[in-house]
Design a binder for this molecule. Structure first.
Ligand code: URA
Length: 430
């Protein structure tokens, strides 16, 4: 099957047979299909959409474009994927919590882009922590520690690397079938049996409305289940940041607090919900998941002493500026997008994949939507380095955090769920 006939068939709107999609993806991965040809295929897929069967075929082909990890017999293999947001440090808590509950967690994670943070950037705030582990190391670590959080290896879903880059260049990122193929090919290549999805909704998320998030979650669950992975999704609030900390080192610190049974209630609530295990709360309070986190950090070359002494995290030497309530009243929306952009301006994020991040800068958001405050009460702390980006970040924060007289409408933490088993069914049933 040649690419010319595949493109003509796409152009005519015909349903693509799985073999045609497989041939396209194979050609992308081995570079026998040119970039303009691949870009044309993406543009046709974007314009006309892909059916459920086509999306399943695309996902399977992308998964098989590289190596699919396989694991020895043992405890259930579980993972979580979040579609990304502001202050989302759940993975740092959930992976060791699940491992401590006896599950195996082979978590391949990503980096931040724009206003959304990335799990790997946060973990790299731990001195020495490595996210580029070879497969042999991952296998040994999973057997010994029960979890890892590392980056995509070169051999995992290589077609996604090419297609994702092209989608960015051709403005074809925001098409659900392409998003599903991209997210799930990487997760399926991990060889997991259970996948819990956290589809974020709100200003700081990819999906701005519950309807958009529900459509994506439904497509993700259907294709994951169709590929033999038990899957359910939660739609959760991203109209405000999750927890207090937004940045890199500050988020690691907050995740460690959560692993100690401390930290913001909303973070703990979401971790326990996604864990979906009847003993999750008891386990989190036992201190064992924190020990497991330290073991994971050490196994990945990081300094486990950060657990007891967060001042060892990278990025020290930042300055703090308090933003105070200009009047007494009620805090309105605490807009996740604006706060994510403010953290980005301070240097916590990046606009290109190859840019470095500043581990130390970011925000601590003290105010919650609807909270009553007195004049002069601290709303937020800006963590900046020598004033870099401070003026713009300050303006963004002041616009995002208005104090008025009326409590805003905010999304409930859990907006909806998708998937038969519900989240608690999945892991607990195993
Ligand atoms: N994350 C991914 O990995 N792929 C997408 O297409 C969108 C978000």
């Amino acid at each position: 099957m040649n690419i010319e006939s595949i493109l003509l068939s796409m152009r005519s709107g015909s349903e693509q047979r799985p073999e045609a999609i497989e041939a396209f993806v194979r050609g992308v991965a081995d570079e026998s299909i040119s970039r303009p040809q691949a870009a044309a295929w993406l543009a046709w897929a974007y314009m006309r959409g892909l059916s459920g069967a086509e999306t399943l075929a695309l996902t399977r082909a992308m998964t098989r474009s590289g190596e699919v990890l396989s694991w020895p017999e043992g405890a259930p293999l579980v993972d979580k994927h979040s579609t990304g947001g502001v202050g989302d440090k759940v993975s740092l808590v959930l992976a060791p919590l699940w491992a401590s509950l006896g599950l195996r967690v082979p978590m391949i994670s990503g980096r931040g882009l724009g206003h959304t943070g990335g799990t790997l950037d946060k973990l790299e705030a731990i001195p020495g922590y490595r996210c580029d582990l070879e497969e042999a190391h991952l296998i040994q670590q999973l057997a010994e520690v029960g979890c890892f959080i590392s980056g995509q290896t070169r051999s995992l879903a290589p077609a996604d690397r090419v297609l994702y880059g092209l989608r960015n260049e051709t403005s074809t990122v925001d098409a659900n079938p392409l998003i599903v193929g991209s997210i799930l090919s990487k997760k399926l290549a991990e060889g997991v049996e259970h996948l819990v999805l956290d589809v974020k909704v709100g200003s700081g998320a990819f999906m701005k409305t519950p309807a958009q998030a529900r459509a994506l979650a439904t497509a993700l669950v259907e294709v994951a289940e169709g590929s033999g992975v038990r899957c359910a999704a939660n739609l959760t609030a991203m109209d405000r940041p999750l927890g207090v900390a937004v940045g890199n080192a500050v988020e690691v610190e907050e995740a460690i607090a959560c692993l100690r049974g401390e930290g913001p209630d909303e973070l703990r609530e979401l971790v326990l919900l996604l864990a979906g295990h009847p003993r999750a709360a008891e386990e989190l309070d036992s201190g064992r998941p924190l020990e497991r986190f330290a073991r994971m950090v050490e196994a990945q070359g990081g300094d486990p002493r950060v657990v007891d002494d967060p001042s060892r995290l990278q990025g020290a030497g930042v300055e703090e500026e308090l933003v105070r309530a200009p009047r007494a009243g009620v805090v309105g929306e605490v807009d996740a997008l604006a706060l994510g952009m403010a953290a980005f301006r301070l240097g916590a994020g990046r606009s290109r994949a190859e840019d470095p991040v500043d581990f130390g800068v970011g925000l601590r958001v003290h105010a919650r939507p609807g909270q009553r405050v007195r004049e002069g009460e601290p709303l937020l702390t800006l963590l900046h380095r020598g004033g870099r980006g401070l003026e713009v970040a300050r303006a963004q924060v002041l616009a995002a955090l208005r104090v008025g007289d009326v409590a805003p409408d905010v999304l409930p933490l859990v907006v909806d769920t998708v998937g038969d088993a519900g989240l608690s069914g999945i892991v607990a049933a195993s």
